[in-house]
Design a protein around this ligand. Structure first.
Ligand SMILES: [Zn+2]
Ligand SMILES: [Zn+2]
Length: 775
């Protein structure tokens, strides 16, 4: 009894004291952990991978070392087993320190008087690799604390990962992955057992076991360890035998530097991310890089030095190829400039978006007639690329031929802010920034865009008008994917149909398109001064944007979207999507056909004999009846025309005359193009006409004109009038200046100051304008 009592009391004392001790130690540890947190900043190299996760590009870390991060998934069981067997067999069981190993090492130190490091666990080695310190007993104590701390905050897998990522391989190579990539050109997860073994023994003596220089010695050491593995039955016997027989012929390689522009860009955009997984498709990226480089070298003689290409997969909204310049390693031509992000003038490439918007507003259909004649838009007088005017044409023709005046007219009709808004929705950054300053010239290239923005925009046409910015990487801080309907699917379809026609002038000269032309919809563009050549095309699979020019901004007379950029676009389409398996776009349900008058594109009237078939969008497209002609009463001899006021009781006949707009008539007159004129109006008619008054085209109402003194400079007067007008009268400040034919250009020398200019026709209809003349 007594004995038992004593025993129990003793046990109680031991228990409480023991637990108190443990609790105190634990509290102390928590406090130390709080005041001396373990800061881990591994400072990894940035790695860029392709869509398969294979390394495309690697950057040195901030201290110019190769320290590539091995991911947990790259640590195979073979690798883990080999390391744990070699370095720390109790790794999975201890708490950072192996007390038995410490005691054993301590005893050895006392008895032999030598200091050995046999007690180091993997955890303690990680501590030393992160914070190298002099080897003293005090530092050893700190190391033990840090090791426990590491175990407290990280899992065993993470600690093993730190170890693998920090071990030295000599020179500036750190971490097993860096060695694996630079010597074996492989990721750690595909290393053979022999390679794994070689890589696990080097960190113990990184300066004497240098791969490439001491291969024979490494081979000997490797096989010694493989024998140890065999003795411990760590791996399959046959696998070890094979590994022993594997030769070791390695040298150090350069780190991969593929897709340089995108790699550099993503590194800058994600400075803290050690592995950036792009969606680039390796073989496409490399093939197109090659095509672009060869293509530009052929343009060199023309003084054209650069190009950029971007390939978007329309289904995944991923960028599969990104070629920022013809040759990244050519410093003379600015090879490092990223042409995909350079801000340039878009030329005519925004026209499809403009017409698509007008289709959606219902104001036009593909066969709507529009006049391509000289037009003054409040001082802005655009010209066509070929410096010619084409008279009355269809919208379809205007877009396919990229005519400028119809485009500016259309923009004026839908208004600039409407188009700017569409561009803002499509993430055009420079347009967004300058939106308040943009005018009608916007649609002819009077704004700044990037190839990236344009290619993304055209990808929306391939996606039923839904804009979704393509991504470059899997996990990134890019703006979240937003789907934005910028145009309707009907209108996208109409644009696609027009842009895939092959009877068009912007086919490359001499291009053998009978067998080499891909089935795509595309639009070309050439900026003012021939500084930029664009060609952007799409099918259901891909949207590809091509820019060609000089980064220096130098214009080249031969540079044009049709002849210079389009052949490259076709080549790339034929490479990435030869004989495309994807079907062509299907007409959306709400697209219908109707017969329209060939003269106007409007719904046929009774007199519209020439009718053609046109697409339209039911309940959206306007249903205006054609007014291409009008009935006029004339005398039997066809010399006089009548109105309802002066129509004689007998002898008049009804005849159909073309109903042309004044601007077209005056262009016909200036070009001496014959058209059927309405006979002069009955001179005895008493009616005063109010409609169809003359329109003064020049000078422009409200403008200021700066004239040079003493040079007798003259101002030109020009007007547009109705079909039946034969004579006009020009007045300056209400004083008659001259009687003239309606299409004659009249000149006069103005006085300084505000001037009233009037034009009256032979029907008594009048127009006034005011201008200011400054000498
Ligand atoms: Zn008609
Ligand atoms: Zn009359």
């Amino acid at each position: 009894m007594f004995k038992q009592k004593i025993k129990k009391a003793f046990q109680r004392i031991i228990k409480t004291k023991f637990f108190k001790g443990i609790a105190t130690l634990f509290m102390l540890f928590i406090l130390l952990d709080l005041f001396f947190p373990f800061k881990i900043n591994p400072n990894y190299s940035t790695l860029i991978t392709d869509s398969d996760g294979k390394l495309l590009h690697a950057f040195l870390n901030k201290t110019d070392k190769w320290r590539m991060e091995t991911e947990l998934t790259e640590i195979t069981p073979t690798l883990e087993k080999a390391i744990v067997f070699k370095e720390d067999r109790w790794f999975r069981w201890h708490f950072g320190v192996n007390p038995f190993a410490v005691m054993r090492a301590g005893a050895r130190n006392i008895f032999t008087g030598r200091r050995t490091s046999g007690a180091s666990t993997i955890t303690m080695q990680v501590v030393r690799l992160l914070h190298p310190q002099k080897r003293t007993y005090f530092n050893k104590f700190i190391e033990i604390f840090r090791a426990i701390q590491l175990e407290f905050h990280y899992s065993k897998d993470e600690i093993l990962q730190f170890y693998i990522n920090l071990v030295p391989y000599g020179s500036n190579i750190e971490g097993l992955k860096s060695a694996s990539i630079l010597y074996f050109q492989k990721s750690p997860n595909v290393l053979s057992l022999a390679e794994v073994t070689a890589l696990t023994i080097i960190p113990n003596r990184p300066s004497s076991l240098r791969l490439g220089t001491n291969n024979a010695f490494i081979l000997q050491e490797r096989n010694r360890w493989l024998q140890n593995f065999k003795d411990a039955a760590l791996f399959n016997k046959q696998d070890i035998e094979d590994a022993i027989n594997e030769p070791l012929n390695v040298t150090r390689h350069e780190a991969p530097h593929l897709a340089p522009h995108l790699s550099l860009r993503l590194k800058q955009e994600n400075p803290t991310q050690s592995i950036i997984k792009t969606v680039l498709v390796r073989h496409k990226q490399l093939t197109i890089e090659n095509i672009v480089q060869n293509y530009v070298s052929r343009l060199y003689a023309m003084n054209i030095h650069n190009a950029a290409v971007m390939v978007i997969n329309n289904k995944t909204h991923q960028v599969e190829a990104y070629i920022g310049s013809a040759d990244f390693n050519n410093p003379i031509d600015g090879g490092q400039v990223d042409g995909i992000r350079a801000i340039r003038s878009p030329g005519s490439t925004l026209k499809p978006l403009l017409y698509a918007t007008a289709f959606d507003k219902g104001i036009i259909t593909p066969k709507t007639a529009i006049n391509d004649v000289p037009t003054n838009f409040g001082g802005f007088e655009p010209e066509n690329f070929d410096k010619l005017f084409h008279g009355k044409i269809t919208i379809e023709y205007a877009l396919a031929n990229s005519l400028n005046i119809p485009a500016v007219k259309m923009l004026k009709e839908i208004s600039t802010p409407v188009l700017v808004d569409k561009l803002k929705k499509s993430d055009f950054q420079t347009v967004k920034k300058n939106s308040s300053k943009l005018g009608l010239s916007l649609v002819l290239g009077g704004c700044g865009v990037t190839l990236e923005e344009l290619t993304n925009l055209f990808s929306a046409f391939a996606n039923e008008g839904n804009f979704q910015k393509a991504t470059y990487s899997l996990k990134s801080k890019e703006t979240p994917r937003v789907k934005n309907e910028i145009i309707s699917k009907e209108s996208s379809y109409l644009i696609t149909q027009i842009l895939s026609q092959i009877t068009r002038p912007d086919l490359p000269n001499n291009y053998d398109y009978t067998y080499r032309m891909p089935k795509i919809a595309w639009k070309t563009g050439t900026s003012f001064g021939k500084k930029d050549a664009w060609s952007i095309g799409y099918n259901a699979h891909y949207t590809i944007g091509v820019w060609i020019g000089n980064f220096s901004g130098e214009g080249v007379p031969e540079l044009s979207g049709a002849n210079i950029a389009t052949p490259l676009l076709f080549d790339i389409f034929n490479t990435v999507d030869y004989n495309s398996s994807s079907k062509w776009f299907k007409a959306p349900e709400n697209i219908a056909y109707r017969k329209v008058c060939a003269e106007s594109g409007d719904v046929p009237n009774e007199f519209c004999t020439h009718q053609i078939v046109d697409y339209y969008i039911p309940s959206v497209s306007k249903m205006t009846k054609c007014q291409h002609a009008k009935y006029i009463f004339i005398s039997a001899d066809q010399k006089i025309s009548y109105c309802s006021h002066c129509l004689p009781d007998d002898g008049a006949i009804k005849k159909l005359y073309p109903n042309y707009a004044p601007e077209l008539l005056s262009w016909y007159e200036s070009k001496h193009i014959l058209y059927e004129k309405i006979p002069p109006h009955n001179p005895k008619c008493e009616r005063v006409f109010n409609t169809d008054a003359p329109q003064i085209v020049y000078p422009v109402d409200g403008s200021e004109y700066f004239l040079a003194k003493n040079e007798n400079q003259k101002l030109m007067l020009n007007c547009q009038v109705g079909n039946e007008v034969k004579t006009v009268y020009w007045y300056i400040n209400d004083k008659l200046l001259q009687k003239a034919s309606p299409n004659a250009e009249v000149f006069f020398t103005p006085q300084a100051g505000k001037i009233k200019i009037s034009c009256s026709d032979d029907k008594g209809r009048n127009a006034d304008i005011y201008v200011k003349v400054i000498y």
